[in-house]
Structures are given as C-alpha cells and as structure tokens.
Design a binder for this molecule. Sequence first.
Ligand code: GTB
Length: 213
Amino acid sequence: MTITITAFEKSPDGGKGLARDTRVRWALEEVGQPYDVRLVSFAALKQPAHLALHPFGQIPTYEEGDLVLFETGAIILHIAERYPGLFPTDADARSRAIGWMFASVNTIEPSILEFGNARLLEGDKPWTAERLPIVKDRARVRLGQLSARLGDAEWLDGDFTAGDLMMASVLLRFRMPGLLDEYPNLAAYVARGEARPAYKRAFAAQRAINAPG
Ligand code: GTB
C-alpha cells in the first residue's frame, strides 16, 4: 500500500531538516518503506482539504490506504508497530522504547518550543530579556537529566529504537541555540543518529526540496 506524507512546500529552515517531516522520513527509511510526499503551502495547510487530514492545520500527515494519521509520535509509533526495524521484539523493551518516545515529545520538546516562542514570537516584548535566560535554564534542567541518564551509552536503552529516533530528532532543535553542545554526550548521541544511513537519506530528501542546488 502506498504511503504518502505531507511536508512544507518550502520549509522556513531552508533544508536544515528541522521541520517534523524529517523524523517521519527517517522512520520510513529505517524500516525500508518507500513513500510519496505531497508538498503543502502554508496557505493550503489551513484549507478544508488539509484540515480534514490534520485538525490543527500542520505537517506532517501520514496516509496509508484508509488510515490517516497526524502527530509525529503517533505516526512513528504506527510505523514501528507495522514494520520491523524500530522496536525490540521483547515486549517490556518495546514498552520502554515507547516511554522514550513519549518523553521526547512530552518532557524534552516542550522546553525547546518554549524557548523558541520566547525568542521568536515574544522577542520584542519588554520582559523578554529577563525571561529568556529563565526559559533557557529550564531547558538545561531537562537536558542535564537526560544527559545523566544516557551517560556513556550509545542509545537510551540497548539497541537503537524508535525512542532514539524521536529523541535525537527533538534534540536536534537544541543545537542552533547552542544548548546541545553544552552536553557532549547528548551532542555525540545526536551525531550517531545523524550518521545512520537512513537519517542521511531522509535528510537529503527533504534538503532536495528545501535547499535545492
Ligand atoms: N505535535 C505535532 C507533531 O509532532 O506532529 C507538531 C507539528 C508541527 O508543529 N508542525 C509544524 C507546522 O506544520 C511544522 S514542524 N507548522 C505550521 C503551522 O502550525 O501553521 C515545526 C517546525 C517548523 C519550522 C522549523 N524551522 O524552520 O526551523 C522547525 C520546526
């Protein structure tokens, strides 16, 4: 069955791979499933045709036969459950991998989103100069805790799983403001993710659209 995902017609990051279609592409590359991409403009995201797929008018979406999914956590959970390669066979280990997927979007990602909002959306507010360091320190608390747990392990819980795919994808967002490099083991963890052939193919595919030539 053909898999179709949506992605930005032109990502604001110019091909750095930070838009969330990259993590879905990565998962599909890891499990060796071909996929089509439908590119969507910002205006089209808010039109009825796209809202029927995604109630919040965002990318990415995932279509496979009659199944329509939104939310990258749900999409990658589906891919990992349907196709071998991203979940361990042991049931408890699989539950722990799902735990890391939730941790990535529910515990780690909010701190970088809050930082991004404070810097970009509220950057001109008089209280931003005072608030920004507070928000940045809050992100450091989470990164510090994650760094302590990872220690010198290669991946979060044994072999590479969908939990690592999600976590490394989320951590990439901390690189630009300089936060990721404050935690050398997390920076090395993300680099290990980026070195995977499946990630490289996913990155190249989105880059070909967003930074051609
Ligand atoms: N929780 C949802 C998920 O995980 O799927 C979040 C989806 C989401 O935020 N999608 C964004 C979107 O469609 C694109 S990825 N935004 C348009 C809108 O809401 O109108 C977020 C993103 C966008 C751009 C960059 N960048 O340029 O660096 C990075 C991340």
